[in-house]
Design a protein around this ligand. Structure first.
Ligand code: FPP
Length: 236
């Protein structure tokens, strides 16, 4: 019932797939294979990102999370880091005139450029009552997120904590855990992404480089998801 016969057609999505997360890998390789500077790979990656975010919304997916910049990505050459910051600034500027999306930035904003941080916070505030959620993980690390949550709980005076306490102190506190995590570019690891939240996620790995990840590739990932049997530890 969930599959259209034509593989290029959009699959039907229901409540079993309400949250997809993407590790957008392979921008550098995409650029290198064309003799281009890495930053042009990120530029093309940003185009793919916008296309996929739009398509997920059209399919009826409620929440999308993307890994745009990790706490480890600061190790990259300055011009590459600057290029990613500029792509984010440009995106935030355009997102201001988007009216259907709730934007949430996962990660530590405190060390970002002040003008960019202010714009990000304003976008979060003005969009907070909207339904379709886009979580952009930026200066994000899963371990740092957990440490931050534990420290908040300590400051609140907790001496014993529950799983719900932890979940409600993560940057993702307003989102359900991801049903599906997609990673592109032939890498099969989690790279410090959503470490707590991925406990029962399904994973989909593809060789396709992120800038080439288009609607058809998204449909393949979704179709693969719907072939899985999720028992959440139970027997069914
Ligand atoms: C990983 O590919 C990608 C990143 C570190 C950056 C992801 C950024 C974007 C897709 C565009 C920016 C979007 C926004 C909203 C800011 P890689 O560079 O590690 O690729 P490689 O493994 O082939 O070198």
């Amino acid at each position: 019932m969930l599959f259209n016969k034509n593989k290029n057609k959009a699959p039907l999505v229901d409540e079993r797939l309400s949250h997809i997360a993407f590790i957008m890998d392979g921008n550098g390789r995409w650029a290198k294979s064309r003799g281009l500077p890495r930053k042009l790979g990120h530029k093309q990656g940003a185009i793919a990102f916008e296309k996929i975010v739009r398509e997920c919304s059209k399919l009826g997916i409620k929440t999308v999370t993307v890994y745009a910049f990790s706490t480890e990505n600061w190790k990259r050459p300055k011009d590459e880091v600057d290029a990613i910051m500029d792509l984010l600034a440009d995106y935030v500027e355009r997102a201001k005139s988007e009216d259907g999306t709730r934007y949430v930035f996962l990660g530590d904003k405190s060390i970002l450029r002040e003008d960019l941080r202010t714009e990000m916070e304003e976008l979060e505030a003005t969009s907070k009552n909207r339904e379709y959620t886009l979580n952009i993980a930026f200066n994000y690390g899963g371990r740092a997120e957990l440490v931050n949550a534990f420290n908040e709980l300590v400051r609140e005076g907790k001496t014993e904590i529950t799983e719900d306490d932890i979940s409600s102190h993560l940057y993702t506190r307003d989102s359900q855990d991801p049903d599906l995590i997609v990673r592109t570019a032939n890498e099969c690891r989690i790279s410090n992404f959503l470490l707590w939240q991925c406990a029962y996620s399904e994973f989909y790995f593809t060789d396709v480089l992120w800038p080439d990840f288009d609607e058809k590739e998204l449909y393949k990932a979704i179709r693969s998801f719907y072939k899985r049997k999720r028992n959440f530890g139970d027997v069914k």
